[in-house]
Design a protein around this ligand. Structure first.
Ligand code: ATP
Ligand code: MG
Length: 364
């Protein structure tokens, strides 16, 4: 039998979703959903993971769950094709995490570069919550519970996928072939793998407040682009400008298509020509930013409008999440059954065990 192709991916409900999520993962999910080549797609809202570094802000997490769900629907994720669920509603994931913890060393967790950066960002150095430190293990549980083969995420998730693959290999080596080793699916183009913030910082991130949100109004988007970080040495229009570290050009790399030039800036044939003019000097930031704004508005307007439609029936969104969580739970429970059997901790559903033990003690 050919191996099933299963997608799993998710987001932390720590705020509304931004255009970094869009280019890093959401846009791909919608394409994959349309492509119809996957047997199952699971998309989840990682509230339990969000609590690992927001333990004193439960209300923020609670409020963000519905925001993320609305962002999904607005982007075109279709609950008829993708199972959308809430992580904390699947207790099986905790149990898997608990067993996987025995397969990972503290030293291995300490080497995770993404977690290292996140610890610094959150000023956790002196007091790292154990749950936060071990979240890569819980991510391995999320991925393997659904036997995911493919995980479409941004570049920051590479160490998590590597950790998951190690856990799978170790588990299967000790207990026999049970879990499925997943592959990461990174977006095309480096700009989309880690979109910088509007402040030019390495990553657009809810926690850094440097985001353009999918649900921002047209005015907010325009204002944020106006204030974006470019090249601080590019003072006069005639000055030569730099592209490296210039967030406006990175966003163009992630969003610009050839037809945008025909529509909004037809004096240039393509992005290469625009970049060449900027580097040469004689092209002002304002013009490039106006072009970027037009492109973003074209992409974000339909998303914003679809979101408004879903906002009109919030109980239906919760109902969709509940049904998705129930369906997801069934799948996770099956995997947990496999894991328990493999780990020899399935005492009561194993008739052979009881018979063998009865024989051993001479009662048969
Ligand atoms: P937080 O600050 O709470 O960690 P976040 O903005 O980093 O939030 P996550 O929920 O951690 O967002 O990430 C969800 C998904 O979006 C992951 O697949 C991640 O790789 C991707 N992603 C997040 N930020 C970016 C970005 N700036 N560029 C590309 N992909 C991103
Ligand atoms: Mg993150």
């Amino acid at each position: 039998m050919e191996k099933k192709k299963i997608i799993l991916t998710g987001d932390r409900p720590t705020g509304r979703l931004h255009i970094g999520h869009y280019v890093g993962s959401l846009r791909r999910r919608v394409e994959l959903q349309q492509a119809d080549e996957y047997d199952k797609i699971f998309i989840f809202i990682a509230d339990a993971q969000a609590l690992t570094d927001n333990i004193d802000e439960p209300e923020k997490v609670r409020q963000s769950v519905i925001e993320v769900a609305l962002d999904y629907l607005a982007c075109g994720i279709d609950p008829a094709k993708s199972t959308i669920f809430i992580q904390s509603q699947i207790p099986e994931l905790c149990e898997l995490t608990f067993y996987y913890m025995d397969l990972v060393t503290v030293a291995r967790l300490q080497r995770n570069p993404t977690v290292k950066t996140e610890i610094q960002m959150r000023h956790f150095e002196a007091s790292i919550p154990v749950g936060f430190f071990t979240y890569p293990i819980s991510q391995a549980a999320d991925i393997t519970a659904f036997k995911a083969t493919t995980v479409p995420v941004g570049e920051d998730q590479e160490p998590m996928l590597e950790q998951t693959r190690e856990i799978v290999r170790r588990f299967n080596h000790i207990y026999g072939e049970t879990l499925v080793e997943p592959e990461i699916l990174l977006p095309d183009g480096t700009a989309s793998r880690r979109l910088p913030g509007t402040d030019g910082k390495a990553k657009m991130s809810k926690s850094l407040g440097n985001c353009i949100y999918l649900s921002d109004t047209a005015d907010e988007v325009a204002e944020k682009v106006k204030g974006m970080y470019t090249d601080p040495t590019h003072l006069k229009v005639s000055d030569p400008g730099r592209l490296e570290g210039n967030a406006v050009f990175t966003y163009l790399d992630a969003f610009c298509k050839p037809e945008h030039f025909e529509r909004y800036l037809n004096e240039y044939p393509d992005l290469e020509a625009l970049k060449a003019h900027y580097t040469r000097g004689g092209l002002g930031d304002v013009k490039v930013k106006k072009f970027l704004t037009a492109i973003l508005q074209e992409e974000l307007t339909p998303i914003r409008e679809r979101r408004k439609v879903f906002e009109k029936d919030i109980p239906a969104v919760y109902d969709m999440l509940r049904k998705g969580s129930e369906a997801a739970r069934e799948t996770a429970a099956q995997t947990l059954g496999d894991v328990r059997r493999a780990m020899r901790i399935n005492y009561f559903d194993d008739q052979d065990l009881i018979r063998e033990q009865a024989k051993r003690f001479g009662r048969e």
